[in-house]
Write a protein that binds this ligand. Structure first.
Ligand SMILES: Cc1cc2nc3c(=O)[nH]c(=O)nc-3n(C[C@H](O)[C@H](O)[C@H](O)COP(=O)(O)OP(=O)(O)OC[C@H]3O[C@@H](n4cnc5c(N)ncnc54)[C@H](O)[C@@H]3O)c2cc1C
Length: 402
């Protein structure tokens, strides 16, 4: 394997790094100040500074960097995108500035690879332009959704329409005032072969029968202005042309969507862990107790060394997964993708926990550290819980012996 980044990627790394340091990080405070702060998601607004930063990034050519398809994006492979996603991961707002945030990235990939010409024109182009945002509605409150075959929501073909019924939750991004559509996953034919029962359907957010019940909190935070919605679909009728790649192909598309998406999360998690370690070290050298900097007390140097080693190991595993994905595709990189999906969020959680500890009482009050902890904890569930991914790694390992 070769971890060397291409010349183009090195150029992007320098530019994205500078943009994040000079434009994004200094504007984080302003971004949070411009949010409505309301618990009622209907009052949410998009901070104007976000649109300003997006326009600047787009003008600088730092836009849609996640898409390997060069006619739509930067044309970088996963290995070359990895360091860019890591840099973006240092700030909660950076991925959106470069039009590289979930779930839009995964939805865009689905539409690029499986969408019809009409779907691309109507939904993909505005998404890639940064004019609208989107959501992905798969998880359901009523069933254990880590097993996708449990899904109960239906999308049944009725002439030249498809009719959606059911309840979804954790549809991230559905509370965003710019959210224009969701990709809904449901059962079209419960009698078909297990992996041909589901379909993916594009649903306009204002479709009659689609009702957003609430935004779910992550440790009390509603993640304004994006949110994580619980939604009822009550006889929502959309044209059959909104089905992606045709009925029965939902499972196949989901497998393809989740490979790169999971790696992107991990790359950002490593950037987030770097930021947490930076905060840890700044505090450790800058504050004194018992006559010494905190860094020189007890086992704190070991804590710092362990964090550094854990991050560097996670980065190498992520790069290996990205390389395997580029070389062998999602199905040739299953162990690597599942392994890093367990490792990166756990490393982030460990580093953030250490950063909170060194900050003493202030650690649990610090908005950035608590957001990072929420991110780490939620990432151990989102896109499949740790146990499901460990199960995949073990299954593929044991296959060698049976
Ligand atoms: C912040 C956040 C954002 C999210 N965004 C989205 C989104 O945009 N779209 C979307 O569709 N979903 C989203 N999700 C949902 C997420 O993907 C699901 O929560 C996850 O897949 C688990 O499904 P579940 O909640 O039904 O848990 P369940 O399936 O009920 O699992 C609960 C627990 O059971 C245990 N378990 C399950 N399977 C196994 C196993 N094989 N071996 C051992 N133990 C097991 C694990 O401890 C697991 O955590 C999001 C979740 C969060 C927290």
């Amino acid at each position: 394997m070769d971890f060397e980044h291409s010349e183009r990627a090195r150029d992007y790394i320098a530019h994205v790094d500078r943009f994040v340091r000079e434009r994004v990080l200094p504007n984080e405070k302003r971004y949070y100040a411009e949010l409505s702060g309301s618990r009622d998601w209907r009052q949410w607004r998009v901070p104007p500074i976000m649109e300003t930063l997006k326009a600047e990034a787009k003008a600088a050519g730092l836009w849609n960097l996640f898409l390997p398809e060069s006619e739509y994006g930067a044309g970088l492979d996963n290995r070359d995108y990895a360091p860019l996603a890591e840099i973006m991961g240092r700030s909660f707002i950076a991925p959106e500035v470069f039009n590289c945030s979930a779930p839009d990235t995964g939805n865009a990939e689905v539409l690029v690879r499986y969408g019809s010409a009409e779907q691309k024109e109507r939904w993909l182009i505005p998404l890639l332009d940064g004019r609208v945002r989107s959501g992905f509605a798969m998880t359901e409150p009523a069933v254990a959704s880590s097993d996708a075959t449990n899904m109960k929501a239906t999308c049944e073909v009725d002439g030249d329409h498809i009719v959606l019924n059911g309840q979804k939750w954790w549809t991230s991004g559905a509370g965003d005032p710019r959210c224009a559509f969701l990709i809904f996953m449901g059962v079209t034919d419960s009698q078909a072969e297990r992996h041909q029962r589901h379909s993916m359907v594009i649903v306009p957010i204002d479709a009659p029968g689609l009702k957003i019940l609430r935004m779910l909190p992550v440790f009390g935070h509603l993640d304004e202005p994006h949110g994580h919605a619980e939604i009822v679909f009550d006889d929502v009728r959309v044209p059959l042309a909104n089905v992606i790649a045709g009925p029965g192909r939902g499972f196949e598309i989901a497998q393809g969507r989740l490979g790169p998406g999971r790696i992107h999360h991990c790359m950002r998690a490593i950037g987030a862990a770097e930021r947490a370690l930076e905060r840890l070290c700044q505090r450790a050298v800058g504050r004194v107790a018992f006559g010494k900097p905190l860094a020189n007390l007890g086992g704190n140097r070991d804590v710092i060394a362990n964090c550094r080693m854990a991050i560097d190991q996670a980065r190498l595993l992520t790069l290996h997964a990205a390389w395997a994905l580029d070389k062998h595709g999602t199905f040739g990189a299953l162990t690597d993708i599942s392994a890093i999906k367990v490792v990166a969020p756990n490393v982030l959680q460990t580093v953030v926990d250490a950063a909170i500890q060194i900050h003493g009482g202030e650690g649990v009050a610090d908005p950035e550290l608590s957001r990072l902890m929420g991110m780490a904890r939620a990432l151990r569930l989102a896109d499949g819980p740790d146990e499901v991914h460990r199960g995949m790694v073990a299954k593929l390992e044991l296959r060698k012996y049976t």
